[in-house]
Design a protein around this ligand. Structure first.
Ligand code: TXA
Ligand code: MG
Length: 320
């Protein structure tokens, strides 16, 4: 096998193996999206419920033309936001597309994106097929934003992790469904509703708007299980202080508290910085001997919507 990690990755992918690669959002567990055997390995490694479809990653818009139908709106958004942390759910081209049925979980839409991380782009540009890739964590566990997170969670079950440093965005991509009559925001992310609004006159129907306090009502991606980003410890939201048995995640100037382990998401109260550190904070506190994780309130604005969405899921009881 060749020495350089990128060539190794390409070799493994061609052999129907899975490879972990960095993206600007979170690390992805990639496999050949046109090969059932390869995609089946993703589900096996993640222990993922079969009904949950996967995002397919491409190097260019041209490369996705055989697989999805891009409306004029989809093309405008694609040109503006790609490469970047936006996933579009589009009608799948049943004729001519080689994408595995497993990727779509049998459905007639396909979720696609072009990631921005240079290593991901290099891999995709050199790869003769697109890569299906969910976040590289066991199903139901925290998304990884460093290669070390992946090693801790998936350990020996994957042959190669391409090391690409810390993910700069730190939260999974925004998912916008353009397959129906009205655009639907399925998952909040760093590209926010107000970033998307200028491109759509009929943006989101009133009943689909994310409302303060109830963002979960509209999040309908099949994989958006209630408890999804669960750390080991229970979570206490909207905490204004913390006790000695708690780990404490703060935002903005920290209040006085008695917590033994504290992670400052952003001392200056910057939501983008907080998002980039969010999963790291949960991973770090997961390793501590504490009873609970207390989290200060995060404003419901901009990418704060996405952080609150992940927090609410992390705090939900896990399905048994
Ligand atoms: O930032 C990201 O999107 C990362 C990186 C690796 O690209 N990927 C990621 O994948 O977060 P995953 O599998 O952890 O989350 C994908 C979400 C799931 O909730 C899934 O149900 C939804 O996207 N999804 C995938 N295909 C879909 C489709 N055709 N229609 C609706 N939702 C879909
Ligand atoms: Mg995931």
């Amino acid at each position: 096998m060749s020495q350089n990690p990128l060539s190794q990755a390409l070799h493994l992918l061609q052999e129907e193996k899975v490879v972990v690669f960095p993206t600007e959002t979170v690390y992805g567990l990639g496999a050949n999206a046109t090969d059932d055997q390869a995609v089946a390995q993703i589900y096996a490694v993640k222990n993922r419920p079969q009904f949950n479809p996967l995002i397919v990653h491409y190097p260019t818009i041209e490369a996705m033309e055989p697989d999805v139908i891009l409306s004029p709106l989809a093309r405008t958004l694609a040109r503006h936001f790609w490469p970047g942390p936006l996933t579009l759910v589009l009608p799948w081209r049943s004729k001519g597309s080689r994408i595995s049925d497993l990727v779509r979980a049998g459905g007639d839409t396909l979720a696609v994106r072009i990631p921005r991380h240079p290593l991901a782009l290099e891999l995709l540009n050199k790869c003769p097929f697109p890569l299906a890739a969910p976040s590289a964590n066991r199903s139901g566990f925290l998304s990884p934003t460093t290669a070390a997170h992946v090693r801790d969670d998936l350990g020996d079950s994957i042959p190669l992790i391409l090391e690409g440093g810390d993910c700069t965005v730190g939260l999974e991509s925004t998912i916008l469904d353009l397959s129906g009559e009205t655009p639907l925001l399925l998952r909040a992310g760093s590209i926010t509703e107000s970033d998307l609004a200028p491109f759509m006159t009929d943006l989101f129907a009133e009943e689909n708007k994310i409302r303060e306090g109830s963002p979960h009502k509209i999040l309908k991606a099949p994989g958006q299980l209630e408890s999804h980003y669960a750390p080991c410890h229970p979570i206490r939201l909207e905490a204004i202080t913390a006790s000695p048995e708690e780990g404490f995640i703060t935002f903005g100037p920290p209040p006085s508290h008695k917590a033994s382990h504290v992670y400052h998401l952003s001392l200056r109260g910057n939501l983008i910085e907080a998002a980039a550190h969010f999963f790291k904070a949960l991973h770090w506190l997961d390793e501590k001997k504490i009873e609970r994780i207390a989290v200060m309130p995060i404003p419901y604005e901009g990418i704060g919507m996405a952080i609150n969405d992940r927090l609410r899921r992390a705090a939900a009881d896990r399905p048994s």
